[in-house]
Design a protein around this ligand. Structure first.
Ligand SMILES: [Fe+2]
Ligand SMILES: [Fe+2]
Length: 247
């Protein structure tokens, strides 16, 4: 039984020391890795990351993270990545990592993702350069996600991102902002790439459970949604859900 712990949108500020470490330190033996689905900070300040790194130092599990839009705010992404690497956090940015557990292999492909909206109400690459740049960012993310998932020769494939691949987990958010919360193009990549599950954050007012059109389980693990410092997921259980959907 392979389990991972996941949470997104922890939004640390420089006064957050101790807020989550008291929960994370109990993860020993409960999961193989802690996955962080972006928005690690309030505004992407290095002091915020240092505070988070101190809390993560008490987590006994390997930590795998993607960044979120908040982490980009101060344009200090390289500094943030460096500090996280020093804290032994594996930061995925259009890149992947693998680990082994109970004789099974797990691939995690991670990226921030981006917006664009969902079928019937989505942005297209027509018109102004700014609009084209916007949707090309998402298309590039979807392309890399697909290639990354296809490159894994592992028993399980996890997609870790900040933006949502489905409107299902956005339920509760204002419909007007859906195009800024995710894109269906990411779901197409998940389906074509054969992911077993996708974890995302960003939608604080959304719901936890969703799926891609192809039936891949999607979990919005934003902290305000799951209401706890992490939630543990069994990859076997999530795969059963996928197989049931496909039957
Ligand atoms: Fe957030
Ligand atoms: Fe966000």
């Amino acid at each position: 039984m392979i389990r991972v712990a996941a949470v997104g949108d922890v939004h640390f500020d420089r006064n957050s020391r101790g807020r989550l470490s008291r929960h994370w330190k109990d993860l020993e033996g409960k999961a193989s890795a802690l996955l962080l689905a972006g928005d690690l900070t309030q505004v992407g300040h290095e002091e915020e990351i240092k505070t988070l790194a101190a809390d993560l130092a008490e987590c006994p599990l390997p930590v795998i993270a993607v960044l979120g839009n908040h982490d980009y705010h101060m344009n200090q992404v390289d500094t943030i990545k460096g500090l996280l690497s020093e804290a032994r956090v594996k930061v995925l940015d259009h890149s992947g990592t693998t680990f082994e557990c109970s004789g099974k292999t797990v691939g995690v492909f991670g990226l921030k993702g981006f917006g664009g909206g969902f079928i019937g109400a989505s942005c297209s690459d027509f018109g102004e350069l700014e609009i084209k740049t916007f949707i090309h960012t998402t298309k590039n993310a979807a392309r890399d996600l697909l290639q990354g998932l296809q490159s894994f020769n592992t028993d399980y494939k996890i997609a870790l991102m900040h933006y949502s691949p489905t409107a299902e987990t956005l339920l509760g958010e204002k419909k007007e902002i859906y195009p800024f919360l995710g894109s269906y193009l990411l779901a197409e990549a998940l389906d074509a790439g054969g992911a077993n599950v996708c974890f995302h954050g960003h939608a604080h007012k959304g719901i936890e459970h969703g799926a891609t059109p192809g039936g891949i389980p999607v979990r919005n693990v934003a902290l305000p949604v799951i209401g706890q410092a992490f939630k543990i997921y069994s990859l076997d259980e999530l795969s059963k859900e996928l197989n049931a959907e496909l039957r």
